[in-house]
Write a protein that binds this ligand. Structure first.
Ligand SMILES: NC(=O)c1ccc[n+]([C@@H]2O[C@H](COP(=O)([O-])OP(=O)(O)OC[C@H]3O[C@@H](n4cnc5c(N)ncnc54)[C@H](O)[C@@H]3O)[C@@H](O)[C@H]2O)c1
Length: 399
């Protein structure tokens, strides 16, 4: 890999940065400042690879040692990742700008930390991994005696900064603004399209109390073309759940229309609606999968004042919990003795089964003693059995 660095490169990323900012970015390109990426899943891996291909020393850390070993061998644990990143993992490894590590000892000299660990467990907001990572970063901060930047990419429940992160740092005598700069910059990638990736989607960010906003912008500008700065970290923290909850409600409405008008072609109606200037195209489906969109509603509810607030979101959640049972009745599926399902992932061309409606559908059908087989080219027979308790259906199988 040919990494070009010169003062012009630095200027491309800057508006006016002033002497200090420029030195900071130059130090990154010269390898004097390294970045740590905490978590090597979809989010962390793409962050690490993108910094590395831009010539920045990146240490990508994960607690999953098998994943780290696999990555170090150049084996990509995420199908299609190379297509989204526009590069090959082996090529990035050869550049020596990226190191995959499972020991935090390697991160001791890093002073920019991207947090990309899971913030859900069993489809509920969860902060165990975040607290572990913060505790590890605090140890690093106490030892390296530099200003450390912490940029949180993971999705957060509204209020997490004020209720969890800031008090935790303060309890550990970490001075925000002096010891660490805290930033929030959620991700919006649509992992099946090169047009909607880390580089080209608008990236919204804010820093706590607006400390060193320009520096964080410059860091993010290395990998994202368009940065949108807010001066309110709480708004950025909440934005991610709100935008996905809008989507959640709209998809729910599409599915409600399907049940409310069984004799109409609702997909055709929705397609016609989408010709209106302010409406997106929606389709009826088997439910809402993945973790970003369904969880957004839960993050928003958990961060809110509770009681009767957000009644529309709560009702949508209730509907979605019952939707598959209603669809099974609607199609009278229980009259079949054998059923085949195409697709375990919740969307096309990706290997993510979390929150996939297929899992719940298999569960309902198996409870009714129906023989179910599943086909998904991204999953082996063992994986299909593990996640659905069903056998793999080979295309052409006689069901
Ligand atoms: N995948 C998406 O499309 C997407 C989009 C936007 C936001 N997000 C958010 O980004 C975050 C990460 O999502 P993801 O899809 O990359 O998750 P993922 O499950 O693919 O990967 C998370 C990785 O973090 C590792 N990990 C867990 N605990 C750790 C710890 N204590 N220290 C270091 N590593 C640890 C896991 O082993 C795993 O490899 C989540 O908050 C998610 O909601 C995801």
């Amino acid at each position: 890999m040919n990494i070009k660095f010169n003062i012009k490169t630095v200027k491309i990323y800057g508006v006016y940065m002033g002497e200090n900012n420029q030195k900071f970015i130059i130090d990154m390109y010269q390898g004097e400042i390294s970045i740590a990426i905490w978590g090597c899943g979809y989010i962390g891996l793409t962050t690490a690879i993108n910094f590395a291909i831009n010539g920045i020393n990146s240490y990508a850390y994960d607690i999953d040692i098998n994943k780290i070993n696999q990555l170090n061998k150049g084996e990509n644990p995420i199908p299609n990742l190379e297509y989204w990143c526009g590069t090959n993992l082996n090529k990035v490894l050869k550049s020596k700008k990226i190191k995959f590590v499972s020991d935090i000892y390697y991160l001791e000299n890093c002073s920019i930390h991207f947090i990309a660990i899971p913030t859900e467990k069993n489809m509920r907001p969860y902060y165990g991994a975040l607290m572990q990572v913060l505790s590890d970063i605090i140890d690093i901060v106490k030892n390296n005696k530099k200003i450390n930047y912490i940029i949180i990419e993971s999705t957060l429940t509204p209020g997490t900064f004020d209720k969890i992160i800031i008090p935790y740092l303060k309890r550990n005598n970490v001075e925000i603004g002096d010891d660490v700069i805290l930033a929030v910059a959620p991700r919006r990638d649509w992992f099946v399209s090169q047009e909607k990736n880390l580089n080209n989607l608008p990236r919204v960010m804010a820093t706590y109390k607006n400390y060193k906003t320009k520096e964080v912008k410059e860091i993010l500008s290395i990998i994202c073309k368009k940065i949108i700065i807010s001066n309110n970290y709480k708004s950025v923290e909440m934005m991610k759940s709100v935008e996905n909850t809008f989507r959640y409600i709209e998809i729910t409405l599409a599915n409600q229309l399907f049940l409310a008008y069984p004799d109409e072609n609702i997909n055709e109606v929705l397609k016609l609606c989408s010709t209106k200037w302010n409406m997106q195209e929606y389709y009826c489906s088997f439910g809402i999968g993945g973790y970003c969109v369904p969880l957004a509603a839960q993050y928003l509810i958990e961060g809110s004042i509770g009681d009767e607030s957000l009644s529309i979101v709560r009702q949508a959640q209730k509907f979605n919990m019952e939707y598959l049972d209603r669809l099974v009745d609607f199609y009278n599926l229980k009259r079949f003795s054998k059923i085949g399902i195409l697709g375990l992932s919740y969307k096309e061309n990706i290997k993510v089964f979390k929150g996939s409606p297929t899992i719940k559908l298999c569960e309902i059908l198996l409870q009714n003693n129906i023989e179910v087989k599943v086909n998904d080219p991204y999953y082996s027979s063992d994986e299909i059995m593990k996640y659905t308790r069903c056998n793999k259906m080979d295309i052409g199988d006689q069901l």
